[in-house]
Design a protein around this ligand. Structure first.
Ligand code: GLN
Length: 549
């Protein structure tokens, strides 16, 4: 393990405004350092009081990303995994709520030796303890900590203070990267640096000066702007980095390296400089731009009342991308709100124009009838269908109703009074639901499954034992398994004790691809290693497309 004094910490903080891709910059810095031989761990620290992201509405906060150990985290952890290959655990995710909960727990255990416990310094000290415990867990040479929000925000103060305390103790090991935005007022048509200067002043008022400033903007930062910013924080010009808008997020590490960020970072951190190895990554980033053939995939979901559904389904979108790109296709993703099919079933015919359909994860009743109609339509019209968690439960319900003749079959989550509860509450969830014990109590994280020989699933994975990440309370009701199987539904993946149904599918002779998973395969797809089920699904979509063309 690294000696503690050798460990480096990079704090990524935002300036001017949020949603400018700070997470992708943090992930890209991780990728760049890894490609130069450093071991890295990425942490996301969110400012909210929630203990985790698990109880936040997807339309409010975006996707809940699930780690191997079941942590329900911010979607940025997904980008860290996709960019650096990190396997996220609880240590990689911090919230204000967790910090306070831990301090209060220790106070109750008399661990403060009778002293009064104060917001200052006990809260920043706990933040530091958490950051260092992540470093220990992952034995990382460089630990990258992304702070949610932007400097100047009230709730960020204890977190910035934690960085300052660490820096004053070990000035050679702590580095601050400010990711700021250069506004271009339409009236002027030129980049303005004043808001970024204000953000730097805000950092100064916390006793911190950035070591790098990454300038997000539509276009590269002009030399004038770079000079102004470098003056304000007394930094050499090579520490002011341009990060213009790019074709895909996978261009970001490549672009940052064009600004020589990797070598400069290593020099500033006094770490040995290795040759970079970004060849495969750059190859993919360049290839994406040249792909012109399209595969049309519909996502039939319900969390569309947000500015952009891209945040809600980010891992699903990226998994489709990864799989399609390896087949030299680019996906054209069509967002379809399931509720419209409930109002007018004839609209279902629009699904015929698609090469494939995904019904992703979700909770609650709203929109589910439309999803059930979708799953049935996809089966009848032989449109490739891929159900993710809720999507697998939906296809089971549709099959029960329309093939097994179980009229009004449903999930008890959707209709507690259904005559045929083909999806039932998992045994260990009954008490939790009764006590309204909802936070962090689902069946979460990685669980093993075994696959049946000769099935679509087993052929796609090319192995019999798998492990995938979960997040659910309901399951295929064991009472109906035999009945559904007799009618042709194949449970091709189960828990090793065979009690829990993990994958449902129709035989290849009945359908090109009609498959659902109780787990979330989307959390494990990587740009250079697409998930085998997404690859199998996209291949089926291309089969259909090329037949029709
Ligand atoms: N609501 C369903 C359950 O709890 C599906 C969950 C999901 O899609 N992640 O089982």
């Amino acid at each position: 393990m690294q000696k503690k004094e050798n460990c480096k910490y990079i704090f990524i903080v935002g300036g001017v405004m949020s949603s400018v891709g700070k997470g992708v910059i943090a992930a890209s810095i991780g990728r760049i350092l890894r490609s130069r031989g450093c071991s890295v761990a990425n942490i996301k620290a969110d400012m909210y009081v929630n203990l985790d992201a698990g109880t936040i509405r997807p339309a409010e906060h975006g996707e809940v990303f699930v780690g191997e150990d079941g942590v329900e985290a911010d979607q940025d952890l997904g980008n860290y995994e996709r960019f650096t290959g990190q396997t996220s655990t609880r240590e990689n995710y911090i919230t204000t709520g967790q910090i306070y909960a831990e301090v209060i727990k220790r106070e109750r255990n008399l661990e403060y030796g009778g002293e009064d416990v104060e917001v200052y310094p006990d809260i920043p000290k706990e933040i530091i303890r958490r950051i260092e415990s992540c470093q220990k867990k992952h034995k990382s040479e460089v630990t990258i900590i992304e702070y949610g929000g932007t400097v100047g925000e009230y709730q960020l103060l204890p977190f910035l203070e934690a960085a300052r305390m660490m820096k004053s103790k070990n000035p050679k090991d702590i580095f601050i990267v400010l990711v700021s935005y250069l506004l271009v007022p339409a009236l002027l048509g030129e980049q303005k640096s004043k808001p970024t200067q204000r953000a730097i002043n805000d950092l100064h008022s916390m006793g911190l000066n950035p070591d790098f400033v990454v300038c997000r903007s539509e276009r590269p930062a002009t030399p004038d702007i770079k000079r102004t910013i470098s003056n304000v924080c007394s930094l050499p010009i090579d520490r002011i980095i341009s990060a213009p808008d790019v074709y895909s997020i996978y261009d970001v590490p490549v672009n940052l390296e064009k600004e020589n960020l990797g070598a400069t970072l290593l020099k500033v951190m006094s770490l040995p400089s290795h040759q970079k190895d970004l060849k495969e990554w750059t190859g993919l980033a360049n290839k994406i731009k040249k792909i012109d053939k399209e595969v049309k995939i519909g996502i039939v979901g319900k969390y569309f009342n947000f500015k952009s559904c891209k945040d809600t389904y980010i891992s699903v979108i990226e998994s489709i991308n990864h799989a399609a790109w390896t087949q030299n296709y680019k996906p054209n993703i069509i967002w379809l709100d399931s509720e419209k099919y409930e109002k007018d079933e004839s609209l279902l015919d629009e699904l015929n124009k698609l090469d494939g359909i995904i019904v992703p994860g979700g909770f609650g009743k709203r929109g589910t009838e439309g999803m059930i109609l979708t799953a049935d339509y996809a089966r009848r019209k032989k449109i490739p269908y891929f159900g993710l968690c809720l999507g697998m439960q939906i296809m089971t319900i549709a099959y029960a109703r329309n093939v097994a003749g179980l009229k009004d079959a449903n999930s008890v989550e959707i209709d507690p009074k259904t005559p045929y509860p083909v999806i039932a509450t998992m045994e260990d969830q009954i008490e939790k639901i009764k006590n309204k014990n909802y936070g962090g109590t689902m069946r979460l994280g990685a669980w093993p499954a075994v696959l049946q020989d000769g099935t679509i699933a087993e052929k796609a994975y090319g192995m019999k034992k798998i492990s995938e990440r979960h997040r659910h309370r309901y399951e295929v009701n064991p009472k109906y398994i035999e009945q559904l199987e007799k009618k042709g539904l194949i449970f091709s993946g189960t828990s090793p004790d065979r009690l829990l149904m993990e994958i449902a599918e129709l035989s290849k002779k009945d359908h090109l691809f009609y498959l659902g998973t109780q787990f979330h395969p989307e959390f494990k797809s990587r740009p250079l290693a697409p998930h085998p089920l997404f690859t199998a699904f996209v291949k089926a979509c291309l089969n259909k497309k090329n037949k029709n063309d």
